[in-house]
Unconditional design. Structure first.
Lengths: 241, 241
C-alpha cells in the first residue's frame, strides 16, 4: 500500500488519474466535505475516458477518501484533524468564538531508534529505525506545548525538514501527497505527566504538564503514526475533537 | 422541552406512544444501533392505529433518537457513552482486548450553588441552585478516579440518590427515562491538575492528577450537564472515545 508519486508515469492510466485526484485533495483544491466535479468534467480535464475516471473514483471511494451520495454527487470525505487546529485553548476561552492563532515550530526531524513504548505504539520491533519530528507549539505567541511524531523509517524514508516545510508543516497532507497514506482514525490517551521522559521538552519548573499519546491508523486500520504531546496546563487546555 | 413521565396519561395518544417507545430505549429493551419492530407490529403491541405509531416515530426521528434507513427499517441511534465505560485504562493495557471492570460508587447527591466555573459551563447564573452528584471510580477494585456531575436543580429537581440507584447509576438513561432529555454530544477539556480545588477528592499525596471537564448537550444543542473528573495518572489513563 506504499505509493511514490514520482513513479506515477509507470502506473496504469486510472492510477495516474487517481494520483492527480489525490493531489487535488492534498493541495486543498477540493476541501473535505466538498462535492467534486462530475465524471464527465474530470474525463474532459484529464483527457481520458469516463470509464478511466470512474475506475479511479472507485478506488478512492473504496479507500474512503471520497464518498458517493446517491443522486447528488461525489464528495471529499472528512478526516481527523491534526492537533493544534483549535485543540489547544487558553483557560476560560473554551466557549469563545475567537480562535487563538496556533503555530507549530519545527525543532528537528531526525532518524532514531524505536524505544519500547514507541515500538508498542507503532506495532514494530524495538530498535527499529524511526523518524522523529519534534515541534514546539505557540498559542497567540506563547509557548504552550511540545510534541514528537514518530514514523517507521523504512516506510517514510523521504520525510525530512525540507519535505515538511514544503507541505507547510501539515503532516496529514504530506502522508497523503507523498506516500498515498490517508489518515482514517486516531485514538488518544490522556494523563498528567509526573515527570517528562523527553529531555528536550523544556517548560519552566513545576508546571503541571498534560501528556497526550495518540496513535493514528490508515484506511486498512494499520497504525502508522505515534505522537506524544506535552501541554503546559497552567497556560492552556486540550480540547476533544 | 421538559417531560415528566408521570403525566403521560394526560398527553395526546401519539405522545403516550412516544413515551412508551422512549421507555423501551432507556430500559435497553432496544439497544443503540438495533432495528426496532415495524409500525404494524408496534401498532398491534400498543393497540393504536399505525398512523399514531408513525406520528410518534416521526417525533423520535426528529429528536434524533431514532434513525430511518430507507428500505431497511428504523434504528435506535447511537449516543455518546458515559465515562467509565472502557474510558479509564491501566497503563500498558490500551491495546489489550481484556476490559478491566470499571465501577462507580455513589458518594453523595446533594443540592448546592453554582460556582463561577460551573455557571459558565452550564450557561446559568452564579449561585443558581444545582444538584451535585459525587462518585468514586474503581478499576478492577483499585480507586482510580473521582467525578462530580452538576445539573440545574430547577430542571432536574427529582434527581436524588434513590433515583440514581433505581437506574443502576446510568445517568444518561436516567435523563432520558425521567426527563425525556436525550444526550446528543459531549465536549471535553483536558489538563493536568496543579492542585485539586475539590476538598472531597482524596488521592495519596503527590499523585499527578489528570483533570477532565466535560459539557454535555441535548438534541437542541443546549448544554444541560457539566462534569469534572480527576484521574490518578500514576494508576491509569483516560482514553478518547
Amino acid at each position: 500500500m506504499q505509493h511514490q508519486i514520482k513513479d506515477v508515469q509507470f502506473l496504469p492510466l486510472y492510477q495516474q488519474v487517481r494520483f492527480q485526484l489525490l493531489q487535488k485533495i492534498s493541495d486543498s483544491v477540493w476541501l473535505a466535505g466538498e462535492m467534486i466535479p462530475s465524471e464527465f468534467a474530470l474525463a474532459d480535464e484529464f483527457t481520458v475516458s469516463q470509464g478511466t475516471v470512474r475506475k479511479a473514483l472507485n478506488v478512492l471511494v473504496a479507500e474512503g477518501l471520497l464518498v458517493r451520495r446517491q443522486g447528488v454527487g461525489t464528495f471529499v470525505s472528512d478526516w481527523p484533524e491534526e492537533w493544534g487546529d483549535a485543540r489547544l485553548v487558553f483557560h476560560g476561552a473554551e466557549f469563545s468564538s475567537l480562535k487563538d492563532r496556533i503555530e507549530p515550530e519545527l525543532l528537528s526531524c531526525s532518524k532514531g531508534i524505536a524505544t519500547d513504548r514507541v515500538a508498542e505504539g507503532l506495532g514494530i520491533k524495538r530498535n527499529t529505525p524511526v523518524i522523529n519530528i519534534r515541534r514546539a507549539w505557540r498559542l497567540s505567541g506563547q509557548l504552550v506545548a511540545f510534541d514528537e511524531v514518530t514514523l517507521d523509517a523504512s516506510r517514510f524514508d523521504r520525510v525530512d525538514a525540507r519535505l515538511i516545510k514544503q507541505h507547510a508543516g501539515k503532516l496529514y497532507k504530506l502522508y497523503l501527497a507523498e506516500f498515498g497514506v490517508r489518515v482514517s482514525a486516531a485514538t488518544e490517551w490522556f494523563m498528567a505527566a509526573g515527570s517528562i521522559e523527553a529531555d528536550w521538552v523544556r517548560f519552566t519548573d513545576n508546571v503541571p504538564v498534560l501528556k497526550v499519546e495518540r496513535c493514528t491508523t490508515e484506511m486498512n486500520a494499520t497504525i502508522f503514526e505515534w505522537r506524544r504531546i506535552w501541554v503546559d496546563s497552567r497556560r492552556c487546555m486540550y480540547r476533544s475533537a
